[in-house]
Ligand binder design. Structure first.
Ligand SMILES: *Cc1c(COP(=O)(O)O)cnc(C)c1O
Length: 394
């Protein structure tokens, strides 16, 4: 059976050219980039070339890029790094209710250690109001962290407007751009950010590698101590193969971005229209236009998303109920709740995220099988509820 993978927000397949580019750095060029002999220097050169590619993707300088183990570490580095920076005089962080856990959890960690955090609400589309950011600022505010686009519902946030407010008040501004970098234009100067997180495996690169952009002059505390790698900001021997793969992936997505964005938006709209036409009780989540080109998130009242996913999987179709990290967890998505959905509606929501490999045929096939699957899931759901009621009363 032909597999249809519609979960690109969770991870993307590593591009074959990326794998090819990585291979020599496991074998021929295995040297430590910090050593001075040729092996090491060849690895160093490859690491710096990749750094320059990542920098140019977001219009940064090479020296503003620090490689990390992925998006999660980049977010942790940004938040705790600002929190514990030497010259830090405040203890208040402003973020949003719809951030990825990689942002929310470091904020909660800091809250247990004398910091305070404001989690801004969003409107029904998932948009943060820049005026809310402005109002939340106190003279203790040291950091504003608002994601560029949400990984569950695809809404793109007004980063430029928030960046202006942050700059006026001299507050460091971080954005988690894991869902946007390589997919839509990300330009650190235009966005007006000081810190920006990226992850390679969300843009057809390998897992376990990412980067934090740190605008020149922004002081952060480091929290991985050891050697002098990454300008003493992040110790540990560089993961040369992964870094090279990250660089190659960035090169590919940068080249394909304009065409791919148009192609995916078209497929996304075709898919959304098809769903709305065929399924009566469907509602689209996220912003209708300010959204990622590849994201479709819907609530189908009366269904259990888990049952729909299970039945989709039988057909070789892979989607998700929200964020991958919480799919084994029955708790409804914090993002959907923040948009105003009820826990019941959140549990009836599905996320489809398209990618490089997604074709018109794939979309047509999903549109063909989904209505039947939903009917089936509804019957199953009713049966299960009946069983639950019976076992309760007997
Ligand atoms: C995937 C994701 C992360 C985490 O990145 P990893 O590289 O998997 O650690 C952080 N933020 C967002 C928005 C994401 O989608």
């Amino acid at each position: 059976m032909n597999r249809i993978y519609l979960d690109h927000a969770a991870t993307t397949p590593t591009h074959p050219e990326v794998v090819k580019a990585m291979l020599p750095y496991f074998t021929d060029v295995f040297g430590n980039p910090s050593t001075l002999y040729a092996y090491g220097q060849e690895a160093r050169k490859a690491v710096e070339e990749a750094r320059s590619k990542v920098a140019s993707l977001i219009n940064a300088l090479s020296e503003e890029i620090v490689f990390t183990s992925g998006g999660t570490e980049a977010d942790n580095f940004a938040i705790k790094g600002v929190g514990y920076a030497d010259e830090n005089e405040g203890n208040h962080i402003i973020t949003t209710a719809i951030e990825h856990h990689a942002v929310l959890e470091p904020c909660k960690f800091l809250e247990k250690r004398g910091f305070t955090a404001t989690y801004l609400p969003v409107d029904k589309y998932g948009l943060v109001d820049p005026q809310d950011v402005k109002k939340a600022i106190t003279d203790k505010t040291i950091l504003i962290s608002v994601m560029h686009a949400n990984n569950e519902v695809g809404t793109i946030e007004p980063i430029v407007a928030i960046g202006k407010i942050a700059r006026e008040r001299g507050i460091i501004f971080h954005t988690d751009a894991v869902q946007t970098a390589g997919h839509i234009p990300v330009n650190v100067a235009e966005l007006g950010v000081d810190l920006l997180s990226i992850s390679a495996h969300k843009l057809y690169g390998p897992k376990g590698i990412g980067a934090l952009y740190i605008k020149k002059g922004t002081r952060l505390a480091s929290f991985i101590h050891g050697g002098e790698q990454e300008r003493r900001q992040r110790a540990g021997t560089e993961n040369t193969p992964a870094i090279v793969g990250f660089g190659k992936a960035v090169e590919i997505v940068a080249e394909e971005m304009t065409d791919e964005r148009t192609r995916l938006s078209h497929l996304r709209d075709k898919f959304t229209k098809g769903l709305v036409k065929q399924i009566e009780q469907i509602q689209l989540n996220g912003h209708p236009t300010e959204r990622l080109p590849n994201n479709v998130n819907v609530t189908i009242d009366g269904t259990r998303a888990n049952l729909v996913l299970l039945n989709l999987e039988v057909e070789g179709i892979y989607a998700s109920t929200g964020s991958a990290c919480s799919s084994s967890n029955p708790e409804p998505s914090h993002v959907l709740l923040a948009l105003g959905l009820s826990p019941e509606q959140a549990r009836s929501s599905l996320r489809f995220t398209l990618g490089r490999g997604t074709t018109e045929d794939d979309i047509e096939r999903v549109l063909e099988v989904l209505p039947h699957i939903i009917d089936k899931a509804m019957v199953m759901s009713e049966l299960l509820e009946g069983l639950a009621r019976r076992s309760k009363c007997c």
